[in-house]
Design a protein around this ligand. Sequence first.
Ligand SMILES: Cc1cc2nc3c(=O)[nH]c(=O)nc-3n(C[C@H](O)[C@H](O)[C@H](O)COP(=O)(O)OP(=O)(O)OC[C@H]3O[C@@H](n4cnc5c(N)ncnc54)[C@H](O)[C@@H]3O)c2cc1C
Length: 390
Amino acid sequence: MAHSPTLPHSRLRSSGGTPTVLVIGGGASGNAVTILLRRAGITVDLIEAKPDWNATTGSGITLQGNALRVLRELGVWERVSASGFPFATLGIVAPDGTVLHVAEDIKTGGDDLPATLGMQRPQLQQILIEAVRASGATVRLGTTAEALEQDASGVCVRFSDGTEGRYDLVIGADGLNSATRAAIGIAERPEPTGMAIWRIAAPRPEGVERSDLAYGGPAYIAGYTPTSENTIYAFVVEACRDRASIDPATYADEMCRLAQAYGGAWPEITKHITDPKKVNYTWFDRLLVEGSWHRDRVVLIGDAAHCCPPTIAQGAAMSLEDALVLAELLTSGRDWDGELLQSYYERRIPRVRTVVEASVQIGQWQLDGVRDADVPGLIGRTMNFLKELP
Ligand SMILES: Cc1cc2nc3c(=O)[nH]c(=O)nc-3n(C[C@H](O)[C@H](O)[C@H](O)COP(=O)(O)OP(=O)(O)OC[C@H]3O[C@@H](n4cnc5c(N)ncnc54)[C@H](O)[C@@H]3O)c2cc1C
């Protein structure tokens, strides 16, 4: 994507008229910011690269209270609650399934929300899609931005279908490999942490009512999380391997090979790891863009600005919080200028840095073979910090 920056740190919103915003990317962060800006009467166009808007893909997701707090703000909490599986503890288990420790999950979203809720990813996406549609945003699927040109009064965007649009502000919510981030000259890129995860959705074995994590065994971490009354997602984390060296047709065999060494609910889960197309293999990455998350009239949110391994399940929560804070600032009546966008970064960076560093540290302890690492202690300190409002 081409980009031409020209703008001084002046007002970004043309005076008078309804402000116009382009959101690039319809994941959790892009959908959330769209809903919130539309609620304030701002004109929002959302473009999403995937023709199906990712409505059917993905296994499960763990949403902590602080993510649920944003979903409640979006007006979708009742539907999320009806679809997901709430729980309040985390089990640390030995590879054979023996429970070693049960930690109380900290209620990062306040006492009136569950500490944690597991959910099927497609269900969450579908709920957010419906809320975006109801918000009155204009949505174009299968569309990307080919070029962004900024001048003193707006951003001119050329789309992949050959059309053009002009906006007061562009929000890059296009995830880990953000083309928007590259287009505005932010050089930071995600870096692999050295770990990779095998994931699958499966029926919920009787008795699985919270996340249980086994550290050790043939993999670094093996765990599962209930995502509804009838479903779970299960995952196994190992050292990352060259993707080209693993034939996708063997994905189920690869995951089974690791999973069958674990006890507890694993023998039941392993029976369902049969279809390689239903097994997902992903590397863990780390990214933290430093200094600012905007260039003139283009600002990043979510994984486009930061990402981390899901070792404390906070990536989507941070992305949703970004959307909430940015929308709050854009609808505060203040001028849309460089100062406002910098204050968005300043407000987000302490929380996001804490999450990224803790998430990477937990993985690094595993990679370094640190036996006495205080994983529950680090998770507890991080979650206590996240109880504060974003
Ligand atoms: C293995 C794994 C497990 C995870 N588990 C958890 C968890 O349990 N809990 C949690 O809170 N977080 C978890 N996360 C993190 C979470 O998935 C992300 O932080 C979150 O999805 C980021 O949301 P986003 O909207 O910023 O980006 P994304 O969800 O990546 O959405 C980006 C969207 O932009 C679209 N797009 C991309 N490029 C373009 C383009 N050029 N033009 C238009 N559209 C584009 C994509 O199709 C996509 O729809 C996990 C991450 C991984 C890798």
